[in-house]
Design a protein around this ligand. Structure first.
Ligand code: NAD
Length: 417
């Protein structure tokens, strides 16, 4: 199955419940604009390499479009289209005044030097600078990109358009970034995991957590849950699965990752080390948090899942057939468009601060993040109860309905930008 097809299936399940008119449904599903560009970089040894870059702008009926930039070898138009669409529903579920977009380059950033990565980012900006901007489309970090990439992006864009730090979020904190942006997605995942567990009467010391991916999202979710006294018994990255039935020492793993040249857990020896794939099906795990790639829980491996709760830190980790099976087995899934919305929420706070030339304290960022995520969670939970649907369908219903309403108020005229 392809990523956009999966997103469409989730959209259609919710559209059916909302009894959406087919014309409106089609209008909301179809991306507004898709751009594909050539990105040529000179390697440090003088060799020229060419990559393909994308920016898909899905919808702007509720505000400027917003979505991350992904650097990964498997980035392709279909995946970027799916992720752009998810951003539209995500910003609507948490009620941010934004639409949805996504971008990326089909490249393995680990194969490039820091200077090559910078040249790649600047070359990409040269190709797309005229379609992004603080009032039109605002990129942010995603897999394979970080605050440095955001800083280079802003600097290159400003060469064309002048001073506008709000053109991109996730910037270095000392260069107009927001305090708390880096931790925000993982923190939001942690916050809602705690909320969900409370709602279904699961207490921290007896609720064992496993997290796939120990990058930005996975590591901060692990930290938050560890501090909330949930035993995090397993985490994984491309180097393997790290397991301790009594709970891992997360601060120690954090330190190890910080000192590894590629930010991996490779070489960590204070626990059991299992193959990378083992994480999804570990026995005795209550909460599973996929926080790496999309499409990892599918029809062919869904039967191996032993957890009773899944919190989607990654975008699109569960394919629709597997999702139905999980629902049939009574496994609660907190969907990506709600669970990992903490990143875009703090990106919104960063954008607001940039526009006001004002800085918030870390406490204020955390408080507002907590409030935004909690409100959205309550709304999704109530909708799921009211319509007797899964949390995913409820989240899609809320998102779709808000975007539909914005279009209705605009007299069904799609705006430019
Ligand atoms: P990242 O690049 O910082 O980390 C990815 C992690 O996953 C790394 O630890 C990597 O080693 C690991 N990984 C990759 N393939 C794996 C595999 N097959 N098995 C186990 N581990 C594997 O990326 P990130 O920013 O943490 O993003 C992770 C996911 O969260 C993505 O789906 C992304 O779209 C989503 N997301 C990120 C943000 C954000 O703010 N960064 C916001 C919303 C959603």
């Amino acid at each position: 199955m392809r990523a956009f097809e999966a997103t469409q299936i989730y959209f259609e399940r919710a559209a059916e419940k909302l009894e959406l008119d087919p014309g409106i449904s089609q209008m909301l599903e179809m991306p507004k604009r898709e751009v594909q560009v050539q990105v040529t970089v000179e390697r440090d040894n003088g060799e020229l390499v060419n990559y393909v870059g994308f920016r898909v702008q899905h919808d702007n009926s509720r505000g400027p479009m917003k979505g991350g930039l992904r650097y990964h070898p498997e980035v392709n138009l279909d995946e970027v289209r799916a992720l752009a669409s998810l951003m539209t529903w995500k910003t609507a579920v948490v009620d941010l005044p934004y639409g949805g977009a996504k971008g990326g380059i089909g490249v393995d950033p680990n194969e490039l030097s820091v200077r090559e990565l910078e040249r790649l980012t600047r070359a990409f900006v040269d190709q797309i600078h005229d379609i992004v901007g603080p009032d039109t489309d605002i990129p942010a970090p995603d897999m394979g990109t970080d605050y440095r990439v955001m800083g280079w992006f802003r600097n290159q864009w400003e060469k064309y358009h002048g001073f506008h730090p709000a053109v991109i979020t996730g910037k270095p904190v000392e260069e107009y970034g927001a305090k708390g942006r880096e931790e925000a997605t993982g923190r939001g995942v942690g916050l809602l995991t705690v909320k969900l567990c409370k709602r279904i009467a699961r207490k921290p010391p007896e609720t064992r957590v496993a997290i796939q991916g120990f990058g930005n999202v996975g590591s901060h979710a692990a930290k938050f849950l560890h501090e909330a006294e949930f035993p995090v018994v397993a985490v994984s990255d491309v180097s393997g699965t790290y397991y301790d039935a009594d709970g891992l020492n997360i601060p120690d793993l954090f330190r190890h990752k910080l000192h590894h040249p590629r930010g991996l857990l490779e070489g960590y020896s204070h626990c059991e080390v299992l193959p990378m794939q083992a994480l999804l099906s570990l026995p005795g795990v209550d909460v599973l948090i996929p926080a790496a790639l999309g499409g990892v829980i599918r029809e062919d491996n869904v039967d191996e899942i032993q957890a009773s709760v899944i919190v989607e830190g990654a975008n699109g980790p569960v394919w629709p057939d597997a999702d139905l099976e999980l629902e049939r087995r009574g496994i609660t899934v907190l969907p990506d468009i709600l669970a990992n919305a903490g990143g875009v929420t703090v990106s919104y706070f960063e954008w607001v601060q940039n526009r006001q030339h004002y800085r918030w304290s870390l406490d204020r960022v955390r408080q507002e993040l907590d409030r935004t995520m909690s409100d959205a969670f309550e709304n999704v939970w109530q909708t799921a109860q009211q319509f007797d649907v899964s949390l995913r369908t409820a989240a899609f219903m809320i998102g779709i309905n808000r975007v539909r309403r914005a279009n209705e108020l605009a007299g069904w005229h799609r705006s430019g930008g």
